[in-house]
Ligand binder design. Sequence first.
Ligand code: SF4
Length: 569
Amino acid sequence: MVKQKKILLVNSPCLDARQGEDAGIVSLGLYYIGSLLIENGYNTKIVNLADNKEDHAALFQKILKDENPDVIGFSVTNPNRLNAMDCARAARKLLPDTTIVFGGPAPTFLFEYFLKACPDIDFIVIGEGEITFLELVTELENKQHKAFEQIKGLVFKKGDELFKTSPRPYVKNLDLLVHPSKYFVYQYLAMSRGCPGKCTFCGSPKFWGNSIVRFHSAQWFADEVQNLVKKGVTHFYISDDTFTMDKDRVIEFCEFLIKEKLDITWNAISRTDFIDEDILLAMRKAGCIQLSFGVESGSQKIRKLLGKPIKQEKIIKAFSLTASYGILPRAYFIYGSPGETEQTIQESIDLLKTIKPLSAIFYLLVIFPGTHLYQSAVNKGLLTEDLWHQRIEDLPFFEVDTTLDFTKVKAFGDRLRSEFYNNIDTFAQNINLVDIKELYPFHADFLSRLAMTFSHGEYAADTRVKHQEVTSKMLYERALSYAPDEKAFLGLAMVMQKKRRFDIAIAFLEKGLAHWPGNKNLNICMGVCLMNTGQFKTALQFFEKFKNFSETNQYINICHKNISGQRHE
Ligand code: SF4
C-alpha cells in the first residue's frame, strides 16, 4: 500500500573537505533504511550532499523546496555533525512541520549534546536504525503520535526532559532486511555487522554490539553483489570490520562469484589474525585485489594499550601471505598513541620495513564518543561534551595526554610517511609470489596494477618515491613472465613512448593487440606511437575503430591534416 509520508534521507558533508576513494560516501545504513521504507510503501529518496561540488546548503534548500518531505533522516558522524545540524535548522525554517530525525554513531553516543545544540531535531535513533526508523515513520503515518514511548531505540524531548525508550534489539538475521541493491546503486557493502575486537580507539564494537557478530548468508551477499553488477558496478569496497572472520562463509561467497564468472574487482578489510592460504586463494580468484589490515603500531606495548595485542609474527606472516597470493596488502598505522615515543615510532618503522606493505595509511590517533579511550578521558575529567560545540571533526589523543604535543606527534607522522614512501620501491621489487599455476594470470594482473601506480598512478606523482620508472618496468616485465596482460603491454609501451622509443613501444603494442585486438587503450596508444613516427595513414586505422569516443577525435583530425599535407607535398 502506498503511504502518505514522503521521506528524505540525507548524507551531510564533513567539516573538512575529503579526498580519496571514500570521499563523500553515503553510509550503507541509509541504503538499508531507504530500501526497507520503499518496500513498505514509503516514497523515499537519498540525498548525498557530501559529494557535491556546489554549495551544499543552497543545494539542500532547493531539494527541500522540490521534494517537500514529511520526514528527514540524517546519517550523522562526528565529522559531519555541524553541517547536519545546519541542514536541520534550514529544514525547520522552510518546512516547520517536517519531522527531523538524527541517527548514526555520533547521535547514538552524544544524544544529549545533539538535542541541546539543535532543538530542531525531533528524534534520535540509537544504534542500528532500520526497524526503529520504520516504526517511527509508521507511527507518524498513523497520526496517533501517542506511542513514541513504545518504540524501542529512540530518544526525544518530552516537555523539558529527554525521554529514552528501551534499547532496540539487534537484527539477528540480517537476511531478513531488504536488499538495498533492489532500489539503489553503490559500491560499499558489508556481509557482517560488528567485530569481536576490543580496540580502545574504535567505536564499532559499542555501536554494533560485540557480544555477537551478525552475518548475511553468503548467498544473500553474493546476490547483492550480482544485483549491483547488473546495474553496472564493477569494483566493490567490502567494508566489514573483519571480513575474513568467518572463513567458510567467505569461501562460499567467493565460490559463488567464481562460478558466476563475475568480472569484478574488490577491496576488503580484515585482521592479521584471521588470514590463511585457503581464504586468500579463494578471495584472489574471486576478484579481491586489496586487503587492508590495522597494524596500528610496531610496539607490542602500544598494540596492547590500543586493545589489539596481535603478536608481531602473525602480522608479518599475514602481510607476506597476502602479497604472495597477489592481493595488495595495505597497512593502517596509528601514531600519537598512549606511550608513544621516538623509540616506539622506530619500532613501527622497523615493522613497516619487515612487512613491506604495498600501500599504507598513517593516522593520527583521534578519540571520539563510543570508544574506550574517549570514555577514559571523560572519566578522568579531561573533557566534557561541550567540546563538540567547537568547529572540530574529532579530538587528537595528544590533547588529553601531557606527554605528547602537536610538534612531537606531527614529527612522528612525518617520519613514518617518509620511511614508507622512501622504501616503497624496494617493497614492490621484493614480492614473493606463490607458484600456483592457476594464479599466473592473477599474478600478471596484480603486478601490472602495481606497476601502473609507479608509472602513472599515485607513486609516479610522489616525489618521495624513488626509482619509479625502473620499478614499474620491472613489475610490468615480471607480469608478462606469468601471463599476457593488457595493462603490462600498454604500460611498457607507455614507458617507452615517454622515452620516445616508439619502435620498442610499437613492438609491445603489437604483442598486446595480438591478444586483445579490440582493446581501446592499446589501439589508441598504437595510433599515437605511429603518429609520432609520421605514419599517419596507419595510425588513422587504429583511431577510427573508436571514432565515437571524444578523445580520439583530435587524433583523427591531426591524422587527416597530415595525410592531406603529405599529399600536397
Ligand atoms: S579497529 Fe577493527 S578490529 Fe579493532 S575493534 Fe574496531 S573494527 Fe574491530
